[in-house]
Design a protein around this ligand. Structure first.
Ligand code: NDP
Length: 261
């Protein structure tokens, strides 16, 4: 097993996932990044990462894989094993918002199924497969291995124009607790990072709406969150600097969910 640790980040070529990938590269991780886009489409970003961190001679590999598809998930882990022979960190970041924000009185089952497959079933079963492998690796050498789920404040904040999304994130919150319950005994950390409103492609369609909410009193820190904010939290968790905290949830939301009177 190599001394250079290996992190798998799903959906890591843009948005929050790219923010996480950069912070992990900065910490010296070899990276496997997944996404739906083709190798050709992802290559400029992957090349940029390699270039940016060239002084560390890190390996950055892209794997085109739909997290909702079982055979793709299997292929990702086979690729990681073939290239690196180890997996230290899994970041379940890939996710989608509904194509149309529809009121729960009208929203379609199709959207519900898509969101459940990508945001909940995919990471849940990728975790299952990765966890089985990590348990075997822990038996060979005890390291700070961990699994980090990117949840959302939508796990507890109800938005009736994207109920399907909220339900997937509430499910991720429970998945974090379940996997922490199962994996802590093996020395594998399981955590959730719970972002608030982050400036990415996912939120670009609602930018002006959130601009005015942020201008008002929605947040304690009056600014959009950035992918870097989330990357910093994930990188901290990979250090093992948060002892005695199985299933910990780090809420990175500028104070959105702080109750006020
Ligand atoms: P973006 O839309 O900017 O990026 C989404 C990423 O996920 C892309 O890399 C995309 O890959 C990948 N992805 C989407 N579907 C799949 C799939 N089926 N299989 C593999 N990869 C997939 O979103 P964000 O960066 O904003 O969101 C990242 C995560 O953070 C999501 O889980 C989201 O729910 C969560 N989040 C976001 C918030 C925000 O305000 N932006 C707030 C709270 C949580 P590709 O580029 O190839 O399409």
């Amino acid at each position: 097993m190599s001394n250079t640790r290996v992190a798998l980040v799903t959906g890591g070529t843009r948005g929050i996932g790219l923010g996480i990938a950069k912070k992990l590269a900065n910490k010296g991780f070899n990276l496997v990044i997944t996404g739906r886009r083709s190798h050709d489409e992802a290559e400029p970003t992957i090349a940029q990462l390699r270039e940016q961190f060239s002084d560390r001679s890190l390996k950055v590999q892209y794997c085109q894989a739909d997290v909702a598809d079982a055979s793709h998930r299997e292929r990702v882990l086979t690729d990681v094993e073939a290239t690196f022979g180890q997996l230290d960190i899994l970041v379940n970041n890939a996710g989608i918002a509904p194509t149309v924000r529809a009121d729960i009185l009208e929203a379609s089952e199709k959207s519900f199924d898509e969101l459940i497959s990508t945001n909940l079933k995919g990471p849940y079963f990728l975790t299952q497969a990765a966890a089985n492998w990590m348990i075997r690796l822990q038996e060979q050498s005890k390291e700070h291995r961990c699994i980090i789920n990117i949840g959302s404040v939508s796990a507890t904040v109800a938005s009736v124009n994207r109920g399907d999304y909220c339900i997937t994130k509430a499910g991720i919150a429970m998945a974090t607790m379940l996997w922490a319950t199962k994996l802590t005994r093996y020395g594998i950390g399981v955590y959730e990072v719970r972002p608030g409103i982050i400036e990415t492609d996912m939120t670009k369609g609602v930018r002006s709406k959130y601009d005015s909410l942020i201008e008002g009193d929605l947040l304690l820190e009056k600014r959009w969150g950035t992918p870097d904010d989330i990357g910093i939290a994930v990188a901290m968790l990979t250090s093992g600097d948060l002892p005695y905290s199985p299933g910990a949830v780090l809420t990175i939301d500028g104070g959105l969910t702080v109750r006020r009177l």
